[in-house]
Design a protein around this ligand. Structure first.
Ligand code: ATP
Ligand code: MG
Length: 418
């Protein structure tokens, strides 16, 4: 049996970087007042279709959707924002305290062409803020991402920032875009031809080369911002500049989801080839209302966890797990029974201890102690038990200490805790 295409196992020997990222990210989120939320993997299809947008790649061709037994349609979540909005509305969080900050991590599912940095089940680390319109939140989220990547030791990243405007400025931009596309319509792909009617902004995100070529010199959203959006974006830029957070204004950046308004950004890396975005985010001030809640400004981002780890591996950033404190070599049934209890007692007191309960020779168990990188080895053979004298070997200094069984656990605690 094999995993299905685009799905993969993440094996224990690769997990330490994942854990390091989670530790650093969650600590930083908590420090800024974010709270963890856990949402289901499966939702009604309608939730994603309505929020991400009917004419987006995700909804048009990438979702894992199936008919439920009772007729409705369900979808494996392709992203987290829609579900977190649903939860915010469903639990009427806006009524008790409209300002909420959430973070989560978990698998997302999109049926795209698998390649390096692109999987059908992939992981995101997600953060969302509800209820704040102030541009300082936009700056704070970009700062937070920058800080996280700095703490993780990442280099070679660039933040691309843009403003997509609001419903106020959208019509003027769409008119300019449609004018520009005028005689170029022939060059557009079939999808984009359809999008012209439904959602012209989507065309800017099309990956088809002929469309990309036709779009050279196309009008940009930031040249059509209303005064309020213009001011908002100016605060984001000056705040980041003042802090020394590096970014570039990228007029051509449009995210692949329809709900974005105002600030949108992507963090790109130079180390992963075509799959260059390691994180993306933006404002979605209209989405909570669109999904049936009260008008609530909101903003968030998602980090591509798989890609982030791949960048860290390329940069040879390591995170070795803490070594084993003690490996007990127990030879014979009587020794194994004793070793079992010692190990449990030591682990209860926070000493990382392991016993290999198989019937193996001293030599092969010493080899295992080496492989496990144990700091100490306790040797309990039949002779040692008879003499009531066990040998504790410090694997680094090679010093050996003789310990009596009667006071073994307290003695070990004293030595190993220091
Ligand atoms: P891309 O342009 O690379 O397809 P996207 O705009 O579809 O990215 P988002 O929906 O914004 O991505 O998701 C945020 C992040 O999740 C991306 O920046 C990327 O790092 C990661 N991501 C998206 N799709 C995949 C995938 N299929 N496999 C692995 N990571 C992914
Ligand atoms: Mg995509």
């Amino acid at each position: 049996m094999q995993t299905i295409r685009g799905f993969r196992d993440i094996l224990p020997e690769h997990i330490s970087l994942w854990q390091k990222v989670e530790r650093e990210a969650f600590a930083l989120f908590e420090s800024f007042g974010f709270k963890e939320i856990r949402i289901p993997v499966l939702e009604k299809t309608d939730l994603f279709a309505r929020s991400i947008g009917e004419t987006t790649d995700i909804v048009e061709k990438e979702m894992y959707t199936f008919a439920d037994r009772k007729g409705g349609h369900l979808t494996l979540r392709p992203e987290a924002t829609a579900s977190i909005c649903r939860s915010y509305i469903q639990h009427k969080m806006y009524a008790t305290d409209p300002l909420r900050k959430f973070y989560m991590t978990g698998p997302m599912f999109r049926r795209e062409r698998p390649q390096k940095g692109r999987y059908r089940q992939f992981y995101q680390i997600d953060a969302e803020v509800f209820g704040v319109e102030s541009a300082y939140i936009d700056a704070e989220l970009i700062f937070l991402l920058n800080e996280l990547f700095k703490r993780l030791g990442l280099t070679g990243l660039t933040a691309h920032v843009n403003s997509l405007g609001c419903p106020e400025c959208r019509p003027s931009f769409q008119r300019a875009l449609l004018d520009f596309l005028g005689e170029k319509k022939e060059a557009l792909c079939e999808n984009c031809t359809r999008r012209i009617q439904k959602n012209p902004l989507r065309i800017l995100d099309c990956k088809v080369e002929t469309c990309q070529r036709a779009l050279q010199g196309a009008p940009a959203t930031i040249d059509h911002l209303c005064p309020a959006c213009d001011d908002h974006f100016a605060i984001v830029r000056t705040t980041l500049k003042k802090q020394g957070v590096e970014f570039m204004v990228d007029k051509s950046l449009v995210r692949g989801l329809d709900y974005y308004t105002r600030t949108a950004w992507e963090i790109k890396t130079t180390t992963l080839g075509a799959q260059s975005a390691v994180a993306g985010g933006g404002r979605y001030d209209g989405l909570v209302k669109e999904l049936g809640g009260p008008a609530t400004p909101a903003i968030g981002f998602a980090i591509g966890f798989d890609r982030l780890v791949e960048v860290m591996e390329q940069l040879e950033i390591a995170s070795p797990p803490p070594p084993l404190d003690l490996f007990i070599i127990a030879l014979g049934d009587a020794a194994r029974e004793q070793a079992y209890h010692w190990s449990c007692q030591l682990n209860q007191r926070g000493i990382r201890t392991e016993v290999d309960f198989r019937e193996k020779s001293l030599k092969s168990l010493m080899k295992r102690a080496d492989k496990l990188n144990a700091a100490h080895v306790l040797i309990a053979g039949e002779n040692e038990l008879k003499k009531n004298q066990l040998i504790l070997r410090n694997m680094e200094t090679k010093n050996q200490t003789s310990l009596s069984i009667d006071t073994l656990v307290p003695e070990l605690l004293k030595i190993l805790k220091s």
